[in-house]
Write a protein that binds this ligand. Structure first.
Ligand SMILES: NC(=O)c1ccc[n+]([C@@H]2O[C@H](COP(=O)([O-])OP(=O)(O)OC[C@H]3O[C@@H](n4cnc5c(N)ncnc54)[C@H](O)[C@@H]3O)[C@@H](O)[C@H]2O)c1
Length: 361
């Protein structure tokens, strides 16, 4: 089985890549997982995969139960965290027990956060089932919930003990969720790896038809890029911030749409906005800018979006928790595979980028 080692000292873990759940019990044994497990999932993933995973774990000697909360970003709040903690108590989880997060980024972020605070922190593993979670959110240890109109404003760093990626789960993923995940995948190519970007340009057919080998290879490269950045900067004090490419404008678009557009689609639009700023500054040439827009189009992204008035979008940006000394932080491309962070992007440049990404009637 393909695997990747994330070296974070005593918080190190493996990411395993395969196309079924069959090897999950062995992967759990390898990390000396306790018998007592709570599988935390959402109602959509519960219907698709919870029985299979529960049966597999039970047949292999684990004392596992399932807790599912209603699917959707709206559920990513403290009430649902308390629901997960109540389920931990109800199922008798103690300090040595473990949570298995089975689902997309919402499940991973919430189950991870519950694991971070239940009994002052218990172990958890990630079994991500969306492309976004397989290529991004399950790696890195950021967990948390939304609060007071701000995304992920409450949370904790809590590294998983294992990430087990079964790419065959992507076959049941709604197409718009696949596109959303591709936003983070493409982002990784632009910020760190020109060869990977070219791979994505040249292999869109196999990737879009969900060929297992292509997905495993894509997920592995992705996780290695994310893991490499996280290993250099576990708590986002420096280089990890480049992962926010596309997010300054992307988060504002997400807020403008009241979280009704997928995260990845918003990041896609945000990457075009940031690339527009870089292009106007002469940091990237027209051809590089075109390649960025083209690859997004190839993988099904809308490259323009209806937006409220620019001042309103700008006001959403001001709520960005990643501001430095009150200044907005932007990640801008210097080339495919290389980006810089800056806080000197001015309002005129931002408004010009918002104009560029706005869909005309
Ligand atoms: N922790 C991090 O570093 C990090 C990074 C990026 C994003 N995130 C967070 O991730 C979340 C978005 O994650 P997401 O896009 O995976 O959303 P999600 O978890 O809401 O999943 C999207 C939808 O797909 C369904 N689903 C999941 N797996 C499925 C499958 N295999 N087949 C069919 N349906 C399936 C879910 O029930 C849900 O309805 C956001 O809350 C975002 O803030 C976290």
């Amino acid at each position: 089985m393909e695997k990747l080692y994330v070296d974070l000292g005593k918080h190190s873990y493996d990411i395993k890549f395969t196309d079924s759940f069959a090897a999950l019990p062995d992967a759990l044994r390898e990390i000396n997982a306790p018998k007592k497990l709570l599988i935390v999932t959402d109602t959509n993933v519960e219907k698709l995969y919870a029985d299979e995973v529960l049966t597999l774990l039970t047949e292999n000697g684990f004392d596992a139960s399932v807790y599912a909360f209603k699917a959707g970003e709206e559920q990513k709040n403290m009430n649902e965290i308390l629901g997960i903690c109540a389920a931990c108590i109800e199922h008798g989880l103690d300090r040595k027990s473990m949570i298995v997060a089975l689902g997309g980024g919402v499940v991973g972020d919430m189950a991870g956060f519950a694991a971070a605070i239940y009994m002052r922190g218990i172990d958890f593993v990630q079994v991500p089932t969306t492309l976004l979670s397989q290529s991004d959110s399950s790696v890195g240890g950021k967990t948390g919930v939304d609060f007071a109109d701000s995304k992920n404003i409450l949370g904790a760093f809590h590294q998983p003990g294992l990430v087990y990626i079964n790419v065959s789960t992507l076959k049941t993923l709604p197409p718009e969720q696949f596109v959303s995940g591709m936003g983070e995948v493409i982002k990784h190519g632009i910020i760190r790896d020109a060869d990977f970007f070219t791979y994505l340009e040249n292999n869109s057919g196999m990737i879009k038809t969900l060929e297992s080998g292509a997905l495993i290879s894509m997920d592995k490269t992705n996780c290695s890029i994310k893991a490499d950045v996280v290993m250099r900067d576990e708590k986002e004090n420096g280089i990890r911030a480049i992962l926010n490419f596309g997010h300054t404008i992307g988060h504002a678009v997400e807020s403008a749409y009241n979280f009704k557009m997928t995260h990845g689609e918003c990041v896609g639009i945000g990457m075009i906005g940031a690339s527009h700023i870089a292009n106007k500054r002469g940091m990237i040439d027209d051809m590089t800018f075109e390649r960025i827009e083209n690859i997004l189009r190839t993988y099904g992204f809308g490259t323009r979006v209806k937006l409220p008035e620019k001042e309103r979008v700008y006001s959403f940006m001001q709520k960005d928790k990643k501001k430095i000394a009150g200044k907005l932080k932007f990640v801008l491309p210097l080339n495919i595979g290389e980006v810089i962070q800056t806080t000197d992007v001015n309002k005129d440049e931002i408004f010009a980028a918002l104009d560029y990404i706005t869909e005309r009637e």
